[in-house]
Design a binder for this molecule. Structure first.
Ligand SMILES: [Zn+2]
Length: 268
C-alpha cells in the first residue's frame, strides 16, 4: 500500500473537498471495513488521511459505527495523530451555538460498543485519566485562536449512546454535575486512539443547547435537522481551523504519554 499519512481526521462528509492531491484508499482491517474508504492527500507539506465518521452517506449511527476499523485503518496508513471534529450540544449558557470547545475530559455513558483492541490473549489496562493529548490540544486551541473563532480551551463531554437525544431530566442531571457539552461519538473513538498510542484531540462545534440551559423554557429541544443545518453553516469555519492546525500538529516525542499506552496488540 503506497498511500501514507501521519495525521488523520474523522469528520463529516464536508471534508471531502478539503485535501489537495487526494486519492481514495480502500482498506480492510481485522475489524472489518471502516466507515468509508479513506481519502489521503495533503495540506501544505502534511500528509493527511480523512475518513467520514458516519460514512459517505451518513449511514452509520453513533452506537454502531465501526470505531475499531476506523482507528485501525488510520494505523495502517501510518497515522500518528488524529483530530476528531464533532458536533455537540451545550449544557451551559456561556458555551454558545457556533462556539468551539477543545475538549479535555470525557464521561462515557455509552453501552455495548466494542471499545478495546485488547480483547484477546493478554489483558492490557490503559490509563485514560487524561483522554486527550495535551500537546495536540494546545495546538488546536492556538489554531482556533489564530483563525479567530470563539474557542473554549477546555470542556468535559458526556458521551451518550444515541441515536436519541437526552430527556430533559437527563440533560438537567448532566448540567447539575458540571459537565459542559453532550455528544455521541467521542467514546470510544478517543480511547481507541489511545490504545494505539496515537495523539488524539477533538474540536467540538456547539450546534445547540440540548434540551435547554438553566431551565430556560424559551429554548426548543434539539432536533437532527437543526444539528445538520448548523454543521452545514459552520463547515467552512471547522475547515479553516483544521487547515491552520494540521500542518503544525506536534509530531511524536513531545513529552505526552500517548505513545507509551500501546500494549501487545492482537493483530499487529
Ligand atoms: Zn500525545
Amino acid at each position: 500500500m503506497a498511500a501514507r499519512a501521519d495525521v488523520g481526521v474523522f469528520g463529516g462528509s464536508g471534508f471531502y473537498e478539503f485535501l489537495t492531491d487526494a486519492e481514495e484508499v480502500v482498506l480492510d482491517t481485522p475489524y472489518g471495513a471502516p466507515s468509508a474508504p479513506a481519502v489521503v492527500g495533503a495540506i501544505g507539506d502534511r500528509r493527511v488521511a480523512f475518513i467520514p465518521r458516519h460514512g459517505r452517506h451518513h449511514e452509520h449511527a453513533p452506537a454502531t459505527l465501526p470505531y475499531r476499523a476506523n482507528l485501525w485503518a488510520m494505523r495502517m496508513l501510518g497515522v500518528r495523530a488524529i483530530v476528531g471534529p464533532c458536533a455537540v450540544g451545550s449544557l451551559k449558557s456561556a458555551i454558545q451555538p457556533g462556539d468551539f470547545v477543545v475538549l479535555d475530559q470525557l464521561v462515557d455513558r455509552t453501552y455495548a460498543r466494542p471499545d478495546t483492541f485488547y480483547d484477546a490473549d493478554k489483558v492490557h489496562h490503559v490509563s485514560f485519566a487524561d483522554p486527550y493529548c495535551e500537546p495536540a490540544r494546545n495546538a488546536a486551541i492556538a489554531a482556533a485562536e489564530r483563525v479567530g473563532v470563539t474557542v473554549h480551551p477546555s470542556g468535559t463531554i458526556v458521551v451518550i449512546n444515541g441515536p436519541r437525544f437526552s430527556t430533559r431530566a437527563e440533560s438537567r442531571w448532566f448540567r447539575s454535575l458540571g459537565w459542559d457539552v453532550v455528544g455521541m461519538t467521542q467514546y470510544p473513538e478517543a480511547y481507541l486512539a489511545r490504545e494505539l498510542g496515537m495523539h488524539y484531540a477533538s474540536i467540538a462545534l456547539v450546534t445547540d443547547y440540548d434540551t435547554g440551559v438553566e431551565d430556560d423554557p424559551g429554548i426548543e429541544p434539539v432536533t437532527m435537522e437543526h444539528v445538520l443545518a448548523v454543521m452545514e453553516e459552520n463547515v467552512d469555519r471547522v475547515r479553516s481551523v483544521l487547515r491552520e492546525l494540521l500542518p503544525g500538529l506536534p509530531p511524536d516525542g513531545v513529552g505526552c504519554a500517548c505513545e507509551s499506552a500501546v500494549g501487545p496488540l492482537p493483530h499487529a
